[in-house]
Design a protein. Structure first.
Length: 76
């Protein structure tokens, strides 16, 4: 393994809410979840959100090269 680096493009085109919903509805891949340890038990991503902010649970780069960030939807 080696350390990899990637950059987010702040000038990238943004999807509208309707475009996002359309892409989700058109998806053919099944959504599955691992049943081993929970995200909270793994403690792989270290975050320190302040009051009113959201804790990041998982970060990965998907097969299309896009950064996927999962976060707790309840602020601390």
């Amino acid at each position: 393994m080696a350390i990899q680096s990637m950059q987010l493009d702040p000038n990238a085109a943004a999807y509208t809410d309707d475009e996002i919903v359309g892409k989700i509805n058109a998806a053919t891949a099944a959504i599955t979840r691992e049943s081993a340890l929970s995200q909270d038990d793994l403690n792989i991503v270290k975050t320190a959100p302040a009051a009113g902010e959201f804790a990041v649970k998982n970060i990965h780069r998907d097969s299309t090269g896009k950064l996927d960030i999962e976060y707790d939807d309840v602020a601390v």
